[in-house]
Design a protein around this ligand. Structure first.
Ligand SMILES: O=C(O)[C@H](O)[C@@H](O)[C@H](O)[C@H](O)COP(=O)(O)O
Length: 223
């Protein structure tokens, strides 16, 4: 794990967007298509606002989420809504979106169908994650129902997660798939998440799920 510190979040967002632009461009020089995976939540939007305007061949970029809340794509808590409004616009509107949500009461009913498109696009070229002060990443929450399955060496691509930490059923990429990424970035802000990161480095993934993805990850932090 490497840690980059920034004076403020605006500088972090601009620098990370430029870093991702460089990595996407290099990956596009090597591959026919590249897979960019991004988090939901509040942190990434300002970075998305910069990245969506970068001049690259977005028509050869697949975009998917690290995890999703099991709510309709128009719901205010939907990460798909966030990505469609803040990343898949401008030049990046030409990217292909690979959904982690389909209309069904329970994710288990449609996970196999969702995994087909994602499996074809793997491995992830560039993974961007967020983290909570409870040391979760994606939707891998400590003590969650589904966490063991998501941390297993033979984990599936997508895992349904139910946790008292959040109100929605979640669907998350497994740690195995996230660690298959060629490049990994973690975006965190504030002292609480910085302290949580320090705690996580000394714990197992069952108590600190973010620890499962920290190897070879570039952590970007702003106060
Ligand atoms: O669905 C989500 O919420 C994210 O994918 C999740 O993993 C997020 O990255 C962290 O919870 C941090 O969220 P904030 O950026 O809102 O603090």
């Amino acid at each position: 794990m490497k840690l980059l510190e920034y004076p403020d979040y605006e500088m972090l967002a601009i620098d990370v967007a430029n870093t991702l632009a460089g990595e996407l461009t290099a990956a596009l020089d090597r591959e026919g298509r590249v897979l960019l995976t991004v988090p939901g939540g509040k942190t990434p939007a300002p970075m998305f606002d910069v990245l969506c305007g970068v001049d690259l061949d977005w028509s050869r970029v697949d975009v998917m989420l690290s995890d999703e809340r099991w709510v309709p794509e128009v719901h205010v808590r939907s990460n798909t809504k966030l990505v469609r409004e803040r990343l898949l616009v401008g030049r990046a509107a030409k990217a292909r979106y690979l959904p982690l949500y389909a209309k069904a009461e329970e994710p288990e009913k449609v996970l196999a169908e969702l995994e087909v498109c994602i499996a074809e696009a793997l491995p992830i070229s560039i993974l961007v994650l967020g983290m909570g002060a409870d040391m979760h990443t994606a939707s891998l929450f400590p003590g969650a129902d589904g966490l063991d399955a998501a941390l297993a060496d033979d984990a599936p691509v997508l895992v349904p997660i139910r946790s008292s930490h959040v109100e929605d059923i979640r669907v998350s990429l497994s740690a195995r798939v996230m660690n298959g990424a060629i490049s990994k970035h973690l975006l965190i802000t504030g002292e609480a998440k910085r302290a949580a990161l320090d705690r996580a480095r000394g714990q197992g993934a069952e108590q600190a799920p973010v620890a499962a993805i920290l190897d070879d990850t570039m952590v970007h932090w702003a106060p």
